[in-house]
Design a protein around this ligand. Structure first.
Ligand SMILES: Nc1ncnc2c1ncn2[C@@H]1O[C@H](COP(=O)(O)OP(=O)(O)OP(=O)(O)O)[C@@H](O)[C@H]1O
Ligand SMILES: [Mg+2]
Length: 268
């Protein structure tokens, strides 16, 4: 399964969500391999979130050359079943838009990666924008729109959604390409979720994440550090990958203690 987190504008929170969801998923499903692809060369934030021991060639080199999928896969140093594909080995790479003649090659390489790792869960932190190569991340995978409820961002998401749907129609893919929407930086949940659903005409809200000071600085994975935020990531994971996550340990320990005391009090 391949899910891509996409948005029209930058700074929406794609990388933060992609990294925490990839980590949370790998942690909860130790028997499943999870690959996080950082396809976003300009921001490279997933690389700040999950560092690896060994810096390999990245996604952009893979798309541009004859490298094989396994040559760009690097283990994360966080979990045994979590892997990362860097955006680029060279920190100065700026690829901009792929020229038209390269699009079929890029498409082939993306599909090759998808087929090569078809038993693994792949999460793509896609670049922001609506150019032809960006559209591939929507049309060939299960795209999840990431937006904030702020007017300017929402307007950008609307334009992006429309552009992708037009491109889908042009190449004969059904126009409803979206797996759903994730809303980030939410302040007033009720009001803002409704606002997004109405503006985008997407009813499948996969989840939302509150605006939280803890998330303002990208400084590693928040999943383990912040219990109140983990619940939001868990809900996204459950809805997106159709899995039921285990009860939290602390919760079951609490249950055990309660049962023990009930038992004792009955005896007395
Ligand atoms: N829910 C949140 N609350 C507060 N700050 C957040 C939240 N989500 C993300 N941020 C902050 O917003 C900024 C942008 O986040 P992030 O880099 O994940 O966005 P992005 O969509 O990947 O951007 P780009 O397209 O430029 O790569 C970061 O500084 C991040 O720490
Ligand atoms: Mg990013």
């Amino acid at each position: 399964m391949i899910v891509s987190f996409v948005s029209g504008k930058g700074g929406i929170g794609k990388s933060m969500i992609a990294a925490n969801v990839a980590y949370g998923l790998a942690k909860n499903l130790p028997d499943k391999d999870v690959i996080l692809i950082s396809a976003d060369v300009s921001a490279r934030t997933s690389e700040l979130l999950i560092s690896s021991f060994e810096k390999k060639y990245g996604w952009i080199e893979y798309l541009k050359s004859n490298l094989l999928p396994e040559e760009i896969l690097a283990p994360s140093n966080l979990l045994d079943n979590l892997y990362i594909v860097y955006s680029s080995k060279n920190s100065l790479t700026l690829h901009g838009e792929f020229p038209d003649h390269m699009i079929p090659h890029v498409a082939r390489k993306i599909l090759m990666f998808k087929n090569f790792f078809k038993d693994k869960i792949i999460i793509i932190d896609a670049p922001a924008g609506k150019t032809k190569d960006h559209a591939l991340y929507c049309l060939y995978f299960e795209p999840v729109l990431v937006t904030t409820p702020m007017d300017a961002d929402l307007e950008g998401t609307k334009l992006f959604k429309k552009a992708i749907e037009n491109r889908a129609r042009m190449i004969g893919i059904k126009s409803n390409v979206w797996k759903g929407v994730i809303i980030n930086k939410v302040v007033k949940p009720r009001e803002e979720i409704l606002k997004v659903v109405q503006a985008l005409n997407i009813t499948n809200v996969i989840g939302w994440v509150p605006a939280d000071r803890c998330l303002e600085k990208i400084s590693g994975i928040h999943y383990d550090r912040c219990q109140r935020l983990r619940e939001y990531f868990d809900r996204i994971i459950e809805n997106l990958f159709n899995v039921k996550l285990k009860k939290k340990k602390s919760f079951s320990l609490f249950d055990m203690i309660r049962k023990f005391y009930n038992f004792k009090s009955k005896k007395i």
